[in-house]
Ligand binder design. Sequence first.
Ligand SMILES: N[C@@H](CCC(=O)N[C@@H](CS)C(=O)NCC(=O)O)C(=O)O
Length: 209
Amino acid sequence: MRLYFKPGACSMSSRIVLIELDLAFDAVKVDTDRGVTESGRDYRAINPKGYVPALELADGAVLTENPAILQFLADTHPEAGLAPAHGTLERARLQEWLNFTSSELHKAFGPYFRGQPLEEAEKEQVDIRLARRIGDVEHGLSDGRDFILGNRFTVADAYLFVVLNWSSFIGLNLERWPYVAAYVTRIAARPSARQAMRQEGLVADEVAA
Ligand SMILES: N[C@@H](CCC(=O)N[C@@H](CS)C(=O)NCC(=O)O)C(=O)O
């Protein structure tokens, strides 16, 4: 398998899940602005949408869209329990959170990553929307659950964590949302998340004592 990624981008959620599943994969860095991979291949020939993530399977099939990739990885390795069974309310809850993360939370951060600074008035609006969406996550965690679906890590946590963690890229302090702040710290401490962040250069390599 081959994961097309940008360091720290939403594609890191697929990396976390690949690590959780202990799967061998190649990671290929993409320059989405120029539309090329690190070896100079035309990325649009791989994913015509031009963005990451894309997951290339052993037979050459290419899968895109975070919720699809994450559920595919979980469903093809059911023994790991990273997604509830199809047809259950819990599965619908997983999709509820994956869709929310994709279409609401992820997109709320979008203006910060478009490559040009935000005007003050626009920033105010963007921050209001972002705060509302982070508040939705706070509400979802407010019964003290460890993970977004309850007491078990699922692929929804991988995606939600990666997106919430962008708050540190834009200087947004999560202290206003104590359950969210504790959740990000908790998921960041997971070996898979730590390894993914190390591999993507977000945190330094750990030195053995
Ligand atoms: N709907 C897509 C969105 C993916 C997306 O927004 N990817 C960003 C990184 S987090 C990207 O590659 N942006 C560069 C671009 O759009 O050119 C998905 O869920 O996979």
